[in-house]
Design a protein around this ligand. Structure first.
Ligand code: INI
Length: 176
């Protein structure tokens, strides 16, 4: 059998180092907010399904602990993300959208503002924000990333939200 370097014990033998790492189970009672764009809703609806699936099946989060907010397009994501994050009511916020170059001359502005605004909201509030916005050249590539041949970016973003919520909870238990 070929050697798998990721199994090297040296690499993981930090037994004496206090280590923090989140897992995919939601912290007890944690609530999650999804913010989704109506623009390119054919794609975004599938991202929402993927995110709900990850929260339910990986995180064990009941739908009653999830809030779904719709905004017109990716440019509007940061305002809703920031407001929900700042409310203090959610363990993480998941931003979902699809920005497709072929359909907009201002692709770079819309995609860039969605990313930097969501990142700013995360850093200003200390609440994890998962960025599940697909940026592609065309609709085919977007659909591939929304539950067909290249996975589901919404599912992946929700997994990231779960992991970061778990990490933040673990750090908080130690007063960090
Ligand atoms: N919004 C998107 O979410 N995806 C896009 O691909 C897109 N295109 O193609 O323009 C888009 N534009 C709308 C934008 O997000 C704002 O809603 C609009 O500029 C009004 O502020």
């Amino acid at each position: 059998m070929p050697r798998d370097p990721s199994n090297d014990t040296e690499k993981h033998s930090h037994m004496s180092v206090k280590t923090y790492e989140g897992d995919l189970r939601a912290p007890e009672g944690a609530r999650f907010a999804i913010v989704a764009c109506r623009f390119n809703h054919l794609v975004v609806d599938r991202l929402v399904e993927g995110a709900l699936d990850a929260l339910r099946r990986a995180g064990g989060v009941p739908e009653s602990d999830v809030v779904l907010t719709w905004v017109p397009g990716a440019f509007e994501l940061p305002l809703a993300v920031k407001r929900l994050a700042a409310s203090g009511k959610f363990a993480a916020v998941i931003a979902l959208g699809a920005v497709i170059r072929g359909s907009t001359p201002h692709f770079d502005f819309v995609a860039g503002q969605a990313a930097s605004g969501s990142s700013a909201a995360m850093l200003e509030t200390g609440v994890p924000v998962a960025f599940g916005v697909i940026t592609t050249e065309n609709i085919e590539q977007a659909l591939e990333r929304a539950g067909t041949k290249a996975g589901n970016k919404g599912f992946e973003a929700a997994q990231t939200a779960l992991e970061m919520a778990s990490l933040v909870a673990a750090l908080g238990r130690d007063g960090l």
